[in-house]
Design a binder for this molecule. Structure first.
Ligand code: GLU
Length: 305
């Protein structure tokens, strides 16, 4: 009789379709891909197109084409968050049964004026916790009082966060009717059966919020590994806003080698002349988590920006 192991590694790459793939997003793609392949696991791709004002038409297809040109083949169907609103709505209702989830009509201005600062800006002072003033448009927040979450990150080590003091009651559903990233990512990682989340360390501070939601929903919490984020010489994360150039899908090897170097994997120089297939064969066989720099970010050389 043939037994299959119960929990196979399943990783994912979840780009936001805000523009073409650039070096910063390629690093997260490469890290999640290699870690999945090295563990003989699956690698899924999910398009985080939840926020209509930020979504750029055609960007998702462009990212997928570039991944293909880079020789990174995903498993299964692509998941689009824009098609999963019913699941987020159900989770919001479920959370409301477990903990205090409340409507809030405070403006950013009002919050900024009355709040202490946390690690991501003002900590919501709890104004609407006991009822909000009359307003048509409102968000939904979740109570974080007394909540501390800790987890062990495979690269960044032990992380502990007091949600109440460092983040505050956070938004699950925005006044403009968009489910937030924190809610959607928790729901989707669980729905896709993701066992290992590998992504940039700019999301490290979000992880405790996602674990909190998963725990409340009685859903499995994946393992996490946050790799350093590429910043430019000015210390800004590479992004569309900082004009990071798109990866050249005609000649992806230099960018892939740069990503491997950034991740501390020390690819040999002669891989520059290898085929994509050979490059991945080397990279999968030599992937070492312990070589990844244990930092949240570092700068890439100016010519690579
Ligand atoms: N869509 C997010 C981003 O591009 C990443 C989501 C995730 O990996 O959890 O920054």
């Amino acid at each position: 009789m043939h037994f299959r192991s119960e929990v196979r590694y399943r990783g994912r790459y979840a780009p936001s379709p805000t523009g073409p793939l650039h070096f910063g997003s390629l690093v997260a793609a490469v890290a999640s891909y290699l870690d999945a392949k090295r563990h003989d696991g699956e690698w899924q791709v999910r398009i985080d197109d939840l926020d209509p004002p930020r979504t750029v038409i055609g960007a998702a297809d462009d990212i997928l084409r570039t991944l293909t040109a880079c020789g990174m083949q995903w498993d299964g169907e692509i998941v689009y968050q824009g098609q999963r609103r019913a699941a987020y709505q159900a989770a919001l209702a479920e959370l409301g049964k477990r903990v205090h989830v409340y409507p809030c009509a405070c403006s950013r201005r009002e919050i900024a004026d009355s709040a202490v600062r946390g690690i991501e800006g003002p900590v919501y002072p709890g104004t609407c916790r006991n009822g909000m003033r009359e307003a048509s448009a409102h968000a939904y927040r979740i109570d974080t009082r007394g909540v501390t979450i800790a987890f062990d990150d495979a690269v960044q080590g032990r992380i502990e966060q007091n949600l109440e003091n460092q983040i505050g009651d956070f938004v699950l559903y925005r006044a403009d009717r968009v489910y937030t990233y924190q809610l959607a990512v928790a729901v989707d990682d669980a729905a896709q059966g993701i066992t290992d989340v590998v992504r940039g360390a700019d999301l490290l501070d979000s992880t405790p919020r996602q674990i909190y939601l998963l725990q409340l929903l009685n859903l499995p919490v994946p393992r996490y590994m946050h790799v350093p984020v590429a910043v430019n010489a000015a210390g800004e994360k590479l992004s569309k806003q900082t004009r990071a150039p798109a990866i050249d899908s005609q000649q992806p090897i230099p960018a892939l080698l740069a990503a491997l170097n950034f991740l501390g994997q020390q690819p040999p120089h002669d891989l520059a002349r290898a085929t994509i297939t050979d490059l991945w064969a080397w990279a999968i066989a030599h992937w070492r988590r312990e070589r990844i720099p244990r930092r949240r970010e570092f700068a890439i050389p100016r010519h690579a920006e």
